[in-house]
Design a binder for this molecule. Sequence first.
Ligand code: ADP
Ligand code: MG
Length: 180
Amino acid sequence: MFIGFGSNIGDRVDFCDRAVTLLSLLPHSQLSGVSLLYETEPVNDHAQPGDGWFLNGVVRLETDVTPKSLLAILREIECSLGRDEENRLGPRTIDLDILFYGQRIIDEPDLVVPHPRMHRRRFVLMPLSELDPLFVHPLLQRTISQLLAEAGKQPEVRLLFPQPSTRYGSRPACSPPPGS
Ligand code: ADP
Ligand code: MG
């Protein structure tokens, strides 16, 4: 399954990094892909002038955790990274969304999968297409590549450059041997 993450306040790289690290530690789960980081103009329906640009990315997780439990875990991670519950729509330290859970279709009051707005969001489709361009959206029956080609060019999404060297999976495996 795929989880989207985004941050637009504070040390955004660090919040993304910590969210990915926490996801990599989930029991009964295996993190099997992490996208690069993308920088995105704030677009959500509630964006205020002056809101910061988002950093966005996507991870792929192989997991036995059920969608409901996963949603609860994502909320706990958001909470532990200081997301302001009082002002959920304002700037956020971290936002975690379940994008796809295999080909499962879920339509419940607190959980809708596939995520209902993801197919229009380039900041989700670009990192997703890095991880699995041929993944088929179970409702729309279109691949990520097709959805990306059909999404408008706005808002602007660009690859963060340079990519932080401390990102998950690219940090040095260990410190240099003593005496070196
Ligand atoms: P958004 O991510 O749309 O900017 P929020 O993170 O504040 O806004 O919305 C979170 C709410 O959306 C949660 O209360 C959760 O129950 C609900 N929700 C519905 N579907 C999903 C999903 N696929 N992934 C994450 N949250 C979801
Ligand atoms: Mg969310």
